[in-house]
Write a protein that binds this ligand. Sequence first.
Ligand code: C5P
Length: 222
Amino acid sequence: GDVAVVVPAAGAGVRLGPGAPKALRLLDGEPLLVHAVRRAAAAPSVRVIVVAAPAAEVESVRVLLAPIAPVTVVAGGAERQDSVAAALDVVPDDVGIVLVHDAARCLAPADLFESVAAAVRDGADAVIPALPVVDTIKQVATDGTVLGTVDRSVLRAVQTPQGFRLPVLRAAHAAAADLHTDDAGAVEKLGRPVVCVPGSDFALKITRPLDLALATHLLTLA
Ligand code: C5P
């Protein structure tokens, strides 16, 4: 394998309601992070997995993941990008490709890791899985007044795993001055091209309680 997977899993998960850090919430009796790492490890190209866990949970996450796959666990940071940076620091230089994958997208299939990695291997600097937007999207003022309707045919909803040539992501993180919500965003700011591959319905991000219900059902289909 020529691929490292970095898994930011240090978020609190406030939108999911009170409870454990989100990556450690249970889906069908297992933490979201276990589901995510199991699928990443099942992708044949993946050689290294690095997880950024909540600082207080580093040891327990090591124990949790040891039976699933060989994984390096580091402490995450205050923002998602701090967690990604901490994990990126321990990725060996000899992997050509790094995939960044949110623990919250824990049902992203091994095939999706492979298709993103393949697009990087084929020459892209940065690759993101993306789906068409199904809702009509409005631009709205702070008082709720509609300002206009956005042409949704040019919009995409973006998922993880996002794939990069390792030096490109390292450079993007080093240059990132302000907050970005995904890693491709930092690469865009460098002026480097980012390309889309088809996303997966199974790569939904578990954010709100409804998403957990949907994921529970998806598990019965996968
Ligand atoms: O909060 P959100 O769903 O956008 O988080 C996306 C991913 O980033 C989750 O897997 C979460 O655990 C991770 N994260 C992190 N460190 C933070 C905040 C979020 O690793 N400080």
